[in-house]
Write a protein that binds this ligand. Structure first.
Ligand code: ADP
Ligand code: MG
Ligand code: MG
Ligand code: MG
Length: 418
């Protein structure tokens, strides 16, 4: 059952509730009956209200006791609002300015009021329209490098790390969604799977019979289950990023827990690669989106290289954790050996990211939750041909991960499929 004090708020309930909270009423300004309140949630899980007063606005997110996309038949714990609030608090401290500020949180109502992001739009919508975001790479690489590094054993004491893992361990129902919908269902017959039929019927059947792929995805799932490397966002796709030309804000960390870092990096890479493969499906004349497409692929290159560079720099300058004690690496020889080990660590992390990139692509084309990059290609045959190219890259990335040792090898393979 749901905790006492919880009720699903409609616009009228929300107005009365917000009017009773001084910090919120001050932020909005003017009499409560003049506030405009609109529910805008376009996500799969929760309610989101945009509230505007005479002096300012807010976004108010409330968790529902079930999956919004599916309905009451699929219950989901309200505690995800607690974990989202906890993650947002950590991210705001570790990556200042890159997440919305929190204005109010009510655990009983599973509700958070936060900074209204305006005129920001969901990045995925911009990418579908062919928009270029020149500041994105710098912002997202800072977000990932800082949130992942500072929550890892490279920065935390062993005791602090274990306490931190424990504080997110209760978010297992959200992890289970990922375990099922990303790492399992697309590879077997599952009622909720769908794909662009009939064009992808044969490809979907091949993937359900591809044991090399099933081994590869099972290894990735085991990593996701067992490797508590850092506090990951857990749902870092381009629908969880709001942008303007100059600003980037990461939202919606309700899937956060201590998991493998490569999962977040792979989420960003996968969603950019899907924007690339979908792009030809959105062009009105041949070659119309060439500049966009080359920007997307160079962004993929720079997301990895920028992230790796910033992460390594943090490791060299802020290594306060219990991993790799400096006393074991004395003198010049020790320093050189430790630097070589940092490079080896990044090479391993890159391999993880490549595998998770593939998993994130496959689930969006064969699983339950699809994305508008492909879905808005109205001509289904054309959509399927974009999706088939993305699937071909993903299958290769997942099964032949070791042959991709640089990000340029990944973008080259993508370009060759276009
Ligand atoms: P869900 O968990 O259901 O996916 P999200 O947190 O992704 O919910 O929010 C759903 C939508 O609400 C977003 O796609 C965005 O359009 C809008 N939204 C969320 N947070 C804000 C915000 N702080 N400012 C403006 N719009 C927001
Ligand atoms: Mg969302
Ligand atoms: Mg959304
Ligand atoms: Mg969400």
């Amino acid at each position: 059952g749901t905790p006492s004090g919880y009720r699903i708020l409609n616009e009228t309930d929300l107005r009365d509730y917000l009017a009773g909270i001084a910090a919120v009423a001050a932020q909005l300004g003017g009499p409560a009956d003049r506030w405009s309140i609109t529910e805008v949630g376009d996500g799969n899980l929760n309610l989101v209200f945009i509230v505007k007063g005479t002096s300012g606005g807010l976004a108010v997110k409330q968790a529902l006791p079930y999956v919004r996309l599916v309905g009451e038949s699929w219950p989901l714990p309200l505690s995800r609002a607690h974990f989202e609030h906890l993650a947002l608090t950590h991210q705001g401290r570790l990556a200042p300015g890159l997440v919305p500020a929190i204005i109010h949180h009510d655990p009983a109502l599973a509700l958070t009021a936060m900074e209204l992001l305006e005129p920001h739009i969901i990045m995925r919508k911009g990418l579908v329209a062919g928009a270029i975001y020149p500041a994105f790479v710098d912002h997202i690489t800072t977000f990932m490098a800082r949130t992942l590094f500072f929550s890892s054993d490279l920065a935390l004491s062993a005791a602090a790390k274990k306490e931190a893992i424990a504080s997110f361990a209760g978010n297992h129902a959200l992890c289970k969604i990922t375990e099922d919908l990303i790492f399992t269902d697309p590879y077997r017959s599952a009622e909720q799977n769908r794909w662009t039929s009939p064009w992808l019927d044969a490809t979907a059947a091949d993937i359900r019979a591809d044991l090399d792929l099933h081994v590869a995805v099972s290894r990735l799932k085991l990593q996701f289950l067992s490797r508590a490397e850092a506090l990951i966002h857990g749902d870092l796709h381009t629908g969880s990023i709001m942008v303007t030309e100059t600003e980037t804000k990461v939202i919606d960390p309700e899937f956060a827990f201590y998991g493998p870092m490569g999962f977040d990096v792979g989420a960003v890479l996968a969603n950019l690669l899907m924007a690339y493969f979908a792009s030809v499906g959105h062009e009105r004349s041949p070659g119309e989106r060439e500049a966009f497409e080359s920007w997307v692929l160079s962004t993929v290159d720079q997301v990895w290289s920028g992230f790796a560079g910033k992460f390594l720099e943090l490791w060299r300058s802020e290594s306060t954790g219990d991993a790799y004690p400096l006393s074991l690496f004395p003198g010049e020889a020790g320093a050189a050996r430790l630097e070589a080990e940092r490079q080896a660590y990044m090479a391993r992390l890159f391999q993880d990211a490549v595998g998770f990139t593939a998993a994130k692509i496959i689930r969006r084309i064969l699983g339950l939750a699809h994305n508008i990059d492909f879905e808005l290609i109205a001509d289904e045959r054309r959509r399927a041909s974009c999706e088939a190219r993305a699937l071909r890259l993903a299958r290769t990335l997942m099964v032949e991960t070791a042959s991709f040792t640089t990000i340029e090898a990944v973008t080259r393979a993508a370009r060759e499929l276009r």
